[in-house]
Design a protein around this ligand. Structure first.
Ligand code: HAM
Length: 429
């Protein structure tokens, strides 16, 4: 049989990368705790109808879709938001609001594999349900900042916009909902020319397309000035004006909170997922042109899934991309390495004793590797040194009869005889 490899777009994470991924996951959990988000675990497989309802053409066409043995159309989740909205529309419908929920895990999209773009990747996802107020949007921006900060990431920038600006203009022109969605997809892919051409073909007025052409150019880090310029540009379109006002409020709250984040406001910004109704954002670092996270407000999804009308805002962070960005910036700062002891019996008759001692040390919280290869002492010590173990605890017949073991400090190359009763304190010190 030929050698098996992971399926295209899938990766094995070897210990070093797996450790970084799990460390980022831990930071994500710390952020969830700090902001009061309760963790839930949802299924990897969901009904295709649920996942595709408002995912948008791009995500929809890239789902791992299949029929299960019962003939149901199901798919691997491409994101968490649909699952969380399903829960809030059903099992959690009577929970008091606001509801803050956190999930973390793998998600699946049949994207073209390249740097930072995988078919299986990890997201940490936060949803804040039940509030339509700007402080809820600001909280999602702030917790994203907290996570980026905690991982040690530097020079990250938030790109922020509001889907209501474009939607307001298109709604006023009575552009068909389906066409609107295609326009948003094109804008998301920065195919602005094609988006405007489609609008022209769909009968949008010259005034509307001219405003959109100008909006696309309107962006910058002087955020309140850009907000004012958008306001002037869309003046007369009530829904768009309301959208910019809301965007201004959210940004003002973030700034008042003392949270110092780099923000660029981008008036022509759209996102691929179709459920957004308000503020939208993504996070970038200069060395990578792919988003490390993204989210926004979606006020109608829960209702669409049969729940009570529930405003909501949320974000998902691409943990693999955060990992990649950290590598480009010089690596993830690892927590102090855990000390490891290798426990070695000098003869087979002492294996049981070695196992017993290993267990005592583990119960005291130490990492203990038992010699399970029956190798000669020199080979064991050589291998332990290569793996950067801290100590070797050698169970020799003579010492053991006297209630002691030999402990070798592998870095200092010193050895001491220690009584079994004192070994825990000795190794810990
Ligand atoms: P999204 O922008 O589709 O949003 O994905 C969030 C993040 O997942 C992206 O910013 C990126 O870091 C990461 N990501 C996406 N595709 C890939 C890929 N192929 N390989 C590696 N990483 C990837 C959502 O998923 C929404 N559910 C966010 C949200 C939550 N909105 C409201 N609540």
């Amino acid at each position: 049989m030929s050698e098996f490899k992971p399926v295209r777009g899938m990766r094995d994470l070897l210990p070093e990368d797996a450790q970084v991924l799990r460390a980022i996951e831990e930071k994500a959990r710390v952020v969830a705790r700090l902001y009061g988000y309760k963790e839930i675990v949802t299924p990897v497989v969901e009904s295709y109808d649920l996942l595709s309802a408002k995912a948008g053409e791009e995500v929809k066409s890239r789902m791992f879709l299949f029929k299960d043995l019962g003939g149901r159309a199901v798919a691997l989740r491409p994101e968490f938001t649909a699952s969380v909205a399903r829960l809030v529309a059903s099992t959690l419908r009577n929970e008091s609001k606001p509801l803050r929920l956190f999930c973390v895990g793998s998600v699946y999209r049949y994207d073209e594999p390249q740097r930072g773009r995988y078919r299986e990747f990890w997201q940490s996802n936060y949803e804040l349900m039940g509030s339509d107020r700007p402080e809820a949007d600001a909280e999602i921006l702030m917790l994203t900042n907290s996570l980026m900060q905690l991982t040690g990431l530097k020079k990250y920038v938030f790109k922020v916009g509001h889907i209501g600006v474009l939607k307001g203009l298109l709604g006023r022109e009575n552009v068909d909902e389906k066409v609107q969605n295609v326009v948003m997809q094109l804008m998301d892919k920065k195919q602005h020319g094609d988006a405007v051409a489609l609008l022209e073909r769909s009968g949008a007025s010259r005034e509307c397309t001219s405003i959109i052409r100008k909006l696309v150019e309107l962006k910058g880090a002087n955020i309140f000035r850009v907000v004012d310029e958008i306001k002037t540009l869309v003046d007369g379109c009530t829904q768009s004006v309301e959208a910019v006002r809301n965007l201004g409020e959210v940004l003002e709250l973030v700034s008042k909170s003392g949270c110092t984040i780099d923000v660029t406001v981008d008036a022509g910004f759209a996102r691929g997922l179709e459920y957004y109704t308000g503020m939208i954002f993504e996070v970038y670092v200069p060395d990578l042109d792919i988003a490390l996270g993204g989210g926004g407000r979606y006020n109608r999804l829960i209702e669409l899934f049969g729940g009570e009308p529930t405003p909501a805002v949320g974000v998902a962070h691409g943990m693999d991309r955060i990992m990649l960005a950290l590598q480009l910036q010089g690596g993830f700062e690892k927590a102090g390495e855990q000390k490891t002891a290798v426990v070695v019996p000098t003869k087979d008759e002492l294996i049981g004793e070695a196992m017993k001692l290993a267990q005592v040390l583990r119960e005291a919280g130490m990492t203990v590797e038992l010699e399970v290869m029956g190798r000669k002492m020199s080979k064991v010590l050589e291998a332990a040194g290569r793996r950067k173990a801290t100590f070797a605890v050698i169970i020799g017949e003579k010492e053991f009869r006297e209630g002691a073991v030999v402990v070798k400090d592998l870095a200092k190359r010193e050895q001491t005889v220690i009584s079994v009763g004192k070994i825990k304190e000795y190794l810990k010190s």
